[in-house]
Structure formats: structure tokens, C-alpha cells
Write a protein that binds this ligand. Sequence first.
Ligand SMILES: *[C@@H]1O[C@H](CO)[C@@H](O)[C@H](O)[C@H]1NC(C)=O
Length: 182
Amino acid sequence: MFPNLLSCLFGISMVAFKNQQIVPDLIDTVPKDLIQIKYPSGVSVQLGNELTPTQVKDEPTVYWPTEVGALYTLAMIDVDAPSRANHTWRGVKHWLAVNTPHTNTKFAYTLADYMGSGPPKGSGLHRYVFLAYKQAHRIGGMDPDNDNRLNFDINAFAKQYDLGQPIAGNFFVAQWDQSVED
Ligand SMILES: *[C@@H]1O[C@H](CO)[C@@H](O)[C@H](O)[C@H]1NC(C)=O
């Protein structure tokens, strides 16, 4: 018997999420589906590939498998702030959008605008994780906040808004280069 292609892909992301310790550093279970993420610079996110701050400076387009009529939350988190060894600021909220219909973030309610990677000099590779959650209901009563990005707890947020476990994910790594200063 040939292995089912989907379970094969799931196996690959399972290995990547665990090898890079996204599970358990950020989430408890590996999401079943991948989020496809493409940047205007031409690069895409591939389960832990290294991208430069310049390549990920502008908001990407994202896609994940959805159900018609459902609403989704999308988050991007830096797990390694200020570094992988020091979690004082874990996690940093780089992007947070709720009530996203049909996987199109253009129509989402954005609570934190997309912010590219700007890891501090000498802090090594940071893991930037994208997570998509299927919402149980529409989320309301919150104002956008682009100022307080440190120590964002995606698990507390998911619990507060009944998001359950993430249904899709992906991640890349990035480190400081001169462009961060510029
Ligand atoms: C961890 O990072 C914080 C923030 O930069 C810093 O204040 C603290 O001294 C660091 N801790 C260690 C053990 O390096």
C-alpha cells in the first residue's frame, strides 16, 4: 500500500515542528495543515527555512485550507525574544488578525499589523511561527494594539476566545543582519 499523501505531508511538518521544538515551546500539538506563506520579495515559508529580515519585511499573502462560512484567527509569533536561550519576552506578537473569512486576511479584523523580523544583534536565529485557528464564534470588543507586542501569550488568547488548538501552521527562522539597523 502507498502511504496517503496528506498523512505523509503531516509527517513532515510533525518532524519539523518537533525538531525545532515549536512543540512544546509554543504549542502543545502539531497543526494538521500547513499555512502557505508567500512574501512580495518572492520567498516563501518552508517549515523552518532561514529567511533574511529584508525578505520578510512586507506583509505576505497567506493561505490555508478553510471551510466556507467559518472564521479564523491568524497569528505570527517570535518565540525567541530576546533570544532562544532567554525567553523573557516570549512571545512577540508580529501579526494578529481575527474574524478572517475565506482565508483572506484582507477582510480580517487586524488587532496587530504585520511587523517583519528585527532580531537583536547577537541573539542568534529566532523562530517565527504562523498559526491559524478556526473560531467557534465571531470575536468582538477588542481594539487594535500595535504598541504592546512583547509577552503575548497566544495560548491564553486562544483559551479566552475559544479557539481550541491551531488547525494550520508554518514557520521560518531569521537572524540579525545590517538591514535591521537600517
Ligand atoms: C534576558 O533578557 C532580558 C531582556 O533583554 C534581560 O533583561 C535579562 O538580563 C536577560 N537574562 C539573562 C539571564 O541573560
